[in-house]
Design a protein around this ligand. Structure first.
Ligand SMILES: [Ca+2]
Ligand SMILES: [Ca+2]
Ligand SMILES: [Ca+2]
Length: 262
C-alpha cells in the first residue's frame, strides 16, 4: 500500500509487508534520541550571559585615555597667563593642537632660560637656539617673531611664529612671512637694496660661493622677472615669483619642528 511513501521508514526498520509492526518499534527509538539533545542545550545556556564581553572591556587601554581627556593636568605645566583662554586662543590661531602647544612650551622653557631665565626669549637665546650667525637674516627672523616689538619673544609670539614653519601652514602664510623677511622697512614693497642686503646675508649665513657681481646680477634678474613697474616688488608680485620658484619657500618649513609634533 504505502510502500512508496514510507520507503524511508521501511528501510530503517522492517520489510514492507509487516506494516503494523514497525509503528510499535518506532516509539522506543525516539526516546534515546531525545536525551542526546537535552544535555546539549544546558551548556549553551550558561554561555548566553555576556560574561566573555566583560573580560574584554578591562583589556581595553582605558587607563591611558583618561589622561588624554584631562588637559587641565598637563596644562599645569603652563604659566597662568597661557592657561584657559590664551591656550584656547593659541590653538585656534595656530596650526598646533593643545598637546602640541604643551610640547612646544617645554621647548620654549628650555630656550627662554638658556641665557636669563625670565620666561622670554631674547635675541641671544633665539640665535643660539636656531644656530644662526649674527646677521641681517637673524635680525629679520627675530623682528618678525617679536610681534609687539619689545625685543623679546614671549610664548605666544613663539608659537605664532613657529606655526608658520610647520608643514600645516599654507603657502600664503609662508609667502607672507618670507616677504616680511625682505621688506625691512615694512612699507609693503621689496626694493632692490632690500633684496641685495638679504641676499648678501643669506650668502654669508650659508657660506655660498657667490660673488658680489653674481649677487647683483641675481637681483637684477629677479626684478626683471617680477616685471615691476615702479622698481619695487609688492606682495602680489612676490607671490607670482614664488609660484614660479617654489624653492624660494624651501627654508620656510622646519622639518625637525614637524618631527617634534609627532
Ligand atoms: Ca630669557
Ligand atoms: Ca615681543
Ligand atoms: Ca620695503
Amino acid at each position: 500500500m504505502g510502500c512508496g511513501q514510507s520507503s524511508g521508514k521501511a528501510a530503517d526498520t522492517a520489510p514492507a509487508k509487516e506494516v503494523e509492526a514497525p509503528p510499535q518499534e518506532k516509539p522506543p527509538e525516539p526516546k534515546p534520541k531525545e536525551p542526546e539533545p537535552a544535555p546539549a542545550p544546558p551548556p549553551e545556556k550558561p554561555k548566553e550571559p555576556e560574561k566573555p564581553k566583560e573580560p574584554e572591556k578591562p583589556k581595553a587601554p582605558e587607563p591611558e585615555k583618561p589622561p588624554a581627556k584631562a588637559p587641565p593636568v598637563k596644562s599645569q605645566a603652563l604659566p597662568d597667563r597661557v592657561q584657559t583662554d590664551e591656550l584656547s586662543n593659541i590653538c585656534q590661531t595656530t596650526h598646533f593642537d593643545r598637546s602640541q602647544v604643551e610640547k612646544l612650551y617645554e621647548i620654549f622653557k628650555v630656550i627662554s632660560s638658556s641665557g636669563s631665565d625670565d620666561g622670554l626669549i631674547d635675541k641671544e637665546e633665539f640665535q643660539q637656539a636656531l644656530g644662526l650667525k649674527k646677521n641681517l637674516f637673524l635680525d629679520r627672523m627675530f623682528q618678525i617673531f617679536d610681534d609687539n616689538g619689545d625685543a623679546n619673544i614671549n610664548f605666544h609670539e613663539f608659537i605664532v611664529g613657529l606655526s608658520i614653519f610647520s608643514n600645516r601652514a599654507s603657502v600664503e602664510e609662508k609667502t607672507r612671512f618670507s616677504f616680511k623677511m625682505y621688506d625691512f622697512d615694512g612699507d609693503g614693497y621689496i626694493s632692490k637694496d632690500e633684496l641685495r642686503r638679504m641676499l648678501q646675508a643669506t650668502i654669508d649665513e650659508n657660506k655660498l660661493n657667490i660673488t658680489i657681481e653674481q649677487g647683483d646680477a641675481l637681483v637684477e634678474a629677479t626684478f626683471a622677472e617680477a616685471a615691476v613697474e615702479n622698481g619695487l616688488i609688492n606682495f602680489e608680485d612676490y607671490k607670482k615669483l614664488v609660484s614660479k620658484h617654489p624653492s624660494m619657500l624651501s627654508n620656510m618649513t622646519i622639518q625637525s619642528l614637524n618631527s617634534v609634533m609627532t
